[in-house]
Write a protein that binds this ligand. Sequence first.
Ligand code: SAH
Ligand code: SF4
Length: 372
Amino acid sequence: MKPSFFDLTYDELKTLLKEKGFSPFGATQIFDWVYKKGVYDPFKWTNVSKASQQYFSETYDLSLLKVVWNGLSKDGTRKFLVKMSDGQTVESVAIPARDRLTLCISSQVGCAVGCTFCHTATQGLKRHLKTSEVVLQFVTIQNWLKETVGVEEKITNIVYMGQGEPLHNFENMKKATLVFMNEKGLGLGQRRITLSTSGLVPAIEKMAQDFPPVNIALSLHSARNDVRTELMPINKVYDLERLFKAIKMIPLKAHRRITYEYLLIEGMNDSMDDVIALSGLLNSKESKINLIPFNEFPGSKYKRPSEQKIMWFLDQMIKRGFTCTIRTTKGSDILAACGQLKSEFEKLNLWDGNSQVIIPSIASTVLQNQAL
Ligand code: SAH
Ligand code: SF4
């Protein structure tokens, strides 16, 4: 089987061209054809030498993924099931919000981390996605939207919040991020990409030096070690002390922010003790908290707290000076049979660094009365 063209970063493409005796400047033209113009047939790359057209056509696979299913929600959220060459499928979700179209991308088939509230965890880890399979979720869906909905449908933001733990697939996610950000191609700015992690400490430490400076969302879910360990077995090895030591190593420039994701589960992490622990652990000036009401799925052992309880928790955090939002549910009408991504769809309210707070409908009455 031919290697996928979409595994190549811009620098790798340049090196490859040089090695094969072609002009390395061709990399700019080829990235332009593929990522800006969406032309996947090398023989149509008219300003590229015939010999290199021939070379790429013979040596590289430029096919996209197969969209095997898609569903459109009333609120405009579109869920895709995409199939890779070995027949495995993953989910990606396109979520419109204000002037953005955010694509939620998967990083693995299944996941090894084993969080007790997560549907993907029940599958275990089947395999990592290749760089090309990560990049191709974007390219395939962008192309699908252009052909099916219209040219104005442009994906503007990416979140790595689909299936899998992105930092467990470090090298491939890093390469895919380099492709997304390269200005000769898709040119997505670093603030338009958000990586969500369960807190793989060695990878966070490595990220500080060796990963493009994207936004980070940390799945915290509890500020108490015993509760966090019950929810996320990874906390047994990398507990809160180790986790926060690693987080402090990430140089937080203006463009790189950390959002703390906090799942709200009835009777588990939604009490006054939890409020106190959370406000004691985080610094209100530097942290943004995103509350995620637990999404129940068939067989899940936890419950979502009442709306009243969710609002109470939000209110407690706001009173303590935190920027805190609740994720609204998006696409719920197309997600009934879906586990993990059912929750991922709700993740639209990521802080973009500009807007102060995004007010979901259930919170609006309360929040409008607060001086936010
Ligand atoms: N593995 C990474 C990214 C994918 S999961 C991580 O854990 O951060 C993305 C988010 O979905 C995480 O914040 C995770 O905690 C959340 N999530 C998983 N199952 C959920 C559920 N049933 N309800 C609500 N959110 C859920
Ligand atoms: Fe993996 Fe994230 Fe699910 Fe935990 S929440 S099992 S890390 S995908």
